[in-house]
Unconditional design. Structure first.
Length: 444
């Protein structure tokens, strides 16, 4: 090989420099993502649609802290992975330091707030926001993800269960999704649970040699969670396991029947799933999950919930029943993509201000039009008329407002209807809002 030419050496240096420049110094942490426009606008619309449904059903918004005393989340279950492996825990700078954790879900925070504020019952609240779990990231599974949800505290009425479940069903419908399966089960109450757990435990131990290594470990911690395993080798054992619905107490069976009757009256499509156990330990009686058929099994749980009649008491309050659900916004949007509904919309621009005069008139025109309630975009950097008109065209604006030096001298602006073959006229600056709103109303 000969000596490399000077140009080859320079080329190499430039390539290396470009590589170095192209590689960002920092990236979003593993398991988190930046949500850019227009996706961010779609998420806001989704949360808006949920808020609308929830508020029309009498749920008010609760905004609670993103971190809580770590003890709040310990009540989710001492053997639960969300608590033992997935909590983002830290100490503050207090003296002595306080143990805090980023919230992995919101039901415990809602119950903590309920105990703290003693609101009148039934307390019906909805929420939205980021949750944090130190999980292994993959498609549809993140370390920071967003949920929307509702909780009703202070009533045992099975119609509260029906109201909550139905809200989820109607929300998916409102988004245009039609391949969401609703799975329903009852996990019984503290009276009926022990005989069932005993039966399940001895059954699973009798067949433990057929279980996967992971499920054998889970069996030591919480036999119920073995039923949650998606591993193929566990399925024959799981499918023969005793089911909770055969062990329900009279009161639990009656409650479950009333919930099913309510769903039937509303013609809600659901399947009883006797092995649905859910991932958190606080559930009693009704449990349910929304499963997206359009997504792969690993991330097809788009939401879930149930009753947690003992959680408020565990957090230091008086015995208070509760029922609610949380839906995973990230997974719902993946489902919308898979089903081809609730698409991103380009930003809604009504007016584009083109400025070739380089003065402050464009600044004032934008402000005036925005204060009149219009959505207004503009170009910067004194680009040519042609370049700015091209951007106006691409923005989808109904009207463009052109301010050149002639207009500046005359105290006018040129208002152009972008839809009508570009017909345009000059109007006095004072008539700008009237001229623009006239065209927008005509073309809307
Ligand atoms: P969850 O089943 O743990 O329940 O979470 C609800 C939903 O949040 C899941 O179905 C899923 O769509 C989404 N989700 C969970 N983890 C992740 C993740 N790592 N990445 C993306 N999405 C995720 C609860 O959180 C309970 N607080 C629900 C509830 C409310 N129960 C009663 N009231």
């Amino acid at each position: 090989m000969g000596i490399p030419s000077a140009w080859a050496v320079i080329g190499c240096c430039v390539a290396v420099a470009l590589l170095v420049v192209g590689e960002p110094l920092f990236r979003a942490p593993v398991g988190t993502r930046d949500i850019l426009p227009p996706e961010s606008a779609r998420r806001r619309r989704l949360v808006g649609a949920f808020a609308d449904l929830a508020e029309r059903a009498g749920f008010g918004l609760l905004e609670s802290p993103i971190f809580e005393d770590q003890g709040v989340f310990q009540r989710l279950g001492s053997a639960n992975e969300v608590v033992t492996k997935e909590l983002f825990e830290f100490f503050d700078r207090g003296e002595p330091p306080r143990a805090l954790a980023l919230r992995p879900e919101l039901t415990a925070s809602v119950c903590r707030a309920f105990v703290e504020h003693s609101p009148t019952v039934p307390w019906k609240i909805w929420y939205c926001g980021p949750q944090f779990r130190y999980e292994r990231p993959q498609a549809g599974r993140y370390r920071q993800f967003e949920q929307v949800g509702v909780e009703t505290l202070g009533t045992h009425d099975p119609h509260a269960d029906v109201e909550v479940i139905n809200l989820g069903v109607r929300f998916f419908e409102a988004l245009g999704l039609n391949q969401i399966r609703l799975l329903v089960n009852s996990l019984g109450d503290p009276d009926s649970r022990p005989p069932y757990l005993e039966a399940l435990n001895s059954y699973l131990h009798s067949r433990s040699s057929e279980l996967s290594e992971q499920s054998r470990q889970t069996l030591q911690r919480n036999p119920l969670r073995v039923l949650d395993s998606k591993r193929r080798e566990d399925q024959p054992v799981i499918s023969d396991a005793p089911v909770m619905v055969d062990f329900l107490s009279g009161a639990s069976a009656e409650h479950f029947a009333a919930v099913r009757a309510g769903l039937d009256v509303l013609e809600v499509d659901y399947a009883i799933s006797p092995r649905l156990v859910r991932g958190l330990d606080y559930y009693t009686r009704t449990t349910f999950e929304f499963s997206a058929e359009a997504l792969a099994t690993a991330q097809n749980a788009v939401g879930g919930g149930g009753r947690y009649d003992g959680l408020v008491q565990e957090l230091g309050g008086a015995a208070t029943p509760g029922i609610g659900f949380a839906l995973g916004v990230d997974r719902i949007l993946l489902t919308c993509d898979a089903e081809g509904v609730f698409a991103s919309k380009p930003a809604d621009v009504q007016v584009f201000v083109v400025d070739t005069a380089g003065g402050e008139s464009a600044v004032v025109a934008c402000d005036t039009l925005r204060r009149a309630g219009l959505s207004v975009e503009r170009a910067f950097d004194g680009r040519s008329l042609k370049a700015q008109m091209k951007r106006a065209d691409r923005s989808g604006a109904i009207v463009s407002v052109i301010i050149g030096t002639d207009e500046l001298d005359e105290g006018t602006v040129t208002v152009r209807n972008m839809r009508l073959g570009g017909s345009q006229r000059k109007v006095p600056t004072a008539d700008l809002v009237a001229a623009v709103t006239g065209i927008v109303a005509l073309e809307a």
